[in-house]
Design a binder for this molecule. Structure first.
Ligand SMILES: *Cc1c(COP(=O)(O)O)cnc(C)c1O
Length: 217
């Protein structure tokens, strides 16, 4: 548990998989965590964080950013089009592009603002109804559509179903990324990030294993 332990475990997993040291970026998922815990991780020198809600991130990050600049923020939770502008202003990376309407909104705003965060397409590898993400069969066409809009697409992201073997989902995501020429793979959380590193993750999203369990709401 804790930041240095997770960093060490990522390094060990990279080495075991024959990956380049430092190939995997650690996104510390600070959603719902008390500010004191987030601050402690910032004090330890970590600067890359993930949040799943625009509004929650807006409350906490402007203040932290003033004190700990430069911070890189990843949006890892569903994005409604009416929050897209705020998200583009706050986040450096948006990992949850999952439908044409959102892609079109981001493209229009990118024109208007003049910049765009790095983007990932979220793939619903488990084809779960309650989960967002483009279905695997539709992913190639959607990636092509995003590229036609000149969106800065970097990679793919997935959240495997809880009861299933994550390795199958990570391997599927890696195949979709490879055949579409996408370099980055955001996959792996507290319970399975080492498996994700073995299967080619370039970004793991780890929350509770760094900060402790999220407090009940
Ligand atoms: C909460 C969350 C995580 C982190 O989960 P932990 O199990 O606490 O590591 C990672 N990815 C997404 C999309 C999340 O919502």
């Amino acid at each position: 548990m804790g930041l240095s332990d997770i960093r060490q475990r990522i390094a060990t997993a990279e080495e075991a998989a024959g990956r380049t040291p430092g190939a995997v970026e650690l996104v510390a998922v600070s959603k719902k965590q008390p500010d004191a815990r987030v601050e402690a991780v910032l004090e330890e020198g970590h600067r890359v964080f993930g949040e799943n809600r625009v509004q929650e991130a807006e409350g906490k990050w402007p203040g932290f950013r003033e004190r700990f600049d430069p911070v890189r923020l990843h949006l890892i939770g569903p994005l409604q089009t009416n929050k897209a502008r705020q998200a583009m202003e706050l986040f450096d990376v948006i990992q949850v592009v999952d439908r044409p309407k959102l892609a079109r909104t981001l493209a229009r705003l990118a024109q208007e603002i003049g910049t765009c965060p790095d983007l990932y397409v979220q793939v619903n590898t488990g084809e779960e109804e309650q989960k967002s993400g483009i279905l695997p069969d539709a992913a190639d066409a959607f990636v092509a559509e995003c590229r036609e809009m000149d969106l800065p697409l970097r990679g793919l992201m997935c959240i495997p179903p809880v009861e299933e073997e994550p390795a199958l989902h990570f391997a599927l995501l890696a195949r979709i990324a490879e055949r579409n020429g996408l370099a980055d793979l955001s996959m792996g959380m507290s319970a399975d990030f080492e498996t994700a590193v073995r299967l080619g993750a370039t970004c793991v999203r780890v929350g509770s294993a760094i900060f402790g369990e999220r407090p009940a709401p």
